[in-house]
Design a protein around this ligand. Structure first.
Ligand code: LLP
Length: 446
């Protein structure tokens, strides 16, 4: 992963900028995004899917899932690369619109969008809203009628395939908050078609995230196409959205399916099912987030304390070296939340010291505050050294918190030997500013 990361002159170099320079200019912890890596993954996915579906006569729209990481800068990269944008809240929509993203190329998701969020989206001319319930259908219909527009909508169908567990046949798969069960979809679509302020675009499905192979998607496509074909008997169904969830390598043990192969497998599945049901291959859309921005990000940390902890069990003696850094679960909660695995490497210099098994820990007051569970680091890693943790572009900054009153780190974009700040670090003043008990205006502000 780690995009264009390579070692030069001793330390790590990110798109031509040294980790040492980045850390001294912007401080640590620091999220570094490799712009050309993110752009080329966006363009690569677009091309892979376009090429795979073209022989079947279908066009593909790629929506970048902004929940993975969203800022105005990244929204502009995605627009430049010809992608649409998937937003999941009023806040994500606000960033997208403020960045100048074409509203017609934005899709809006979520199982509990508020009336205010729906009104803003429809008022802004959003391209599509993914309906997640019958209640929402009525809310969108009413809002669109009030605003005098016809709103394009998709229906999130719960295909019953849950790729998280690879257990697509388990019965508990239906027991979750998203979408509408496939059996209930025809009635919902009939209702959409009966309402003048709505236009039905097609079905939507998202089966999970960090998926390494095509099997779950293929299973879901089969189930969706059966309903898609049934819906075609009573009206147009121009598109099918097969969601996101394409996995990436966090460590060298991860082997996600290459994007070209995945795209071909999905295209073949759609074409095969279309033929089986005697219908045309619909326009396709997908919504990857992680696969575009995840590998483009690296987090830089500064080492603070180092401790050798005796972890001997019975007659096997062992020492584990705890290397603590200046961030942790507030900038990357994924190890604590999902048991996610990362790797780490020394970034400010070269070292020939023999490697020792280390655990990279954060600075928070929880023992689960781990950045990398097991990593061989040079035995001479010392306070003040910089560590780089690759593949942190997705779901790290976007899931960051202020736990223990740590400010969220800055985000810097690197490209062609230069670095620029794209999101500034939260200062202590930022954090204190929301505590109205500290503000002179506390008596008057609501
Ligand atoms: N579309 C929908 C409807 C989604 O719910 C998601 C992710 C995506 C697209 C994008 O999935 P991606 O291609 O990024 O895998 N916080 C978790 C991931 C949660 C994903 C939620 N939905 C993590 O850090 O692993």
């Amino acid at each position: 992963p780690a995009g264009a990361a390579r070692a030069t002159g001793g330390g790590l170099d990110l798109a031509g900028v040294s980790a040492v320079e980045l850390a001294s200019r912007f401080g640590t912890p620091l999220y570094v995004l490799d712009e050309s890596d993110a752009r080329s993954r966006a363009a690569g996915i677009r091309t892979a899917f376009a090429d795979a579906f073209a022989p079947h006569g279908a066009a593909v729209t790629v929506y970048y899932a902004g929940k993975a990481f969203l800022s105005s800068e990244v929204a502009r990269w995605m627009a430049d690369e010809g992608l649409g944008l998937d937003v999941a809240s009023g806040g994500e929509l606000a960033v997208a619109l403020a960045s100048g993203f074409d509203p017609a190329r934005i899709g809006f998701h979520g199982n509990n969008k508020s009336q205010d969020e729906l009104d803003r989206a429809i008022g802004a001319g959003i391209g599509s809203i993914v309906l997640d319930s019958e209640l929402e259908l009525e809310r969108v219909a009413a809002a669109a009628a009030r605003l005098g527009v016809v709103q394009a909508v998709r229906v999130r169908a719960n295909s019953g395939v849950n790729a998280h567990t690879h257990d697509y046949l388990a019965t508990s798969r239906e027991d979750q908050k998203f979408g509408i069960a496939l059996v209930d979809v025809p009635a919902i679509v009939a209702r959409i078609r009966s309402v003048e302020s709505l236009r039905f675009l097609g079905l939507h499905s998202h089966i999970g995230s960090q998926i390494f192979d095509a099997a779950g998607f293929v299973e879901a496509i089969g189930r969706l196409m059966a309903v898609h074909a049934m819906l075609l008997e009573s009206g147009p169904v121009p598109e099918l959205n097969i969601g996101g969830g394409f996995g990436i390598a966090y460590t060298s043990a991860d082997r996600p399916m290459p994007m070209g192969e995945l795209a071909s497998a999905l295209a073949e599945a759609v074409a095969r099912e279309a033929e089986r049901f005697g219908v045309h291959v619909p326009g396709i859309s997908i919504e990857p987030g992680r696969a575009i921005i995840g590998p483009a990000g690296v987090t830089l940390y500064t080492v603070g304390t180092i401790k050798d902890v005796d972890v001997s069990v019975a007659d096997s003696s062992a020492i584990r070296r705890y290397v603590s850094v200046d961030g942790g679960m507030s900038d990357n909660v994924r190890p604590a939340l999902y048991g996610a695995e990362y790797s780490a490497r020394l970034a400010n210099r070269r070292s020939d010291a023999s490697p020792v098994l280390a655990r990279v820990a954060g600075k928070h007051c929880e023992s689960g505050d781990i950045v990398v569970h097991d990593e061989y680091l040079p035995g001479d890693v010392a306070p003040g050294d910089i560590l780089a943790v690759p593949a942190t572009g997705a779901y790290c900054w976007s899931l960051a918190s202020n736990y223990n009153y740590l400010g969220r780190p800055a985000v810097v974009a690197v490209a062609n030997g230069s670095a620029r700040l794209i999101v500034r670090r939260e200062s202590e003043a930022d954090l204190l500013s929301r505590d109205v008990g500290l503000s002179e205006h506390s008596a008057t502000e609501g």
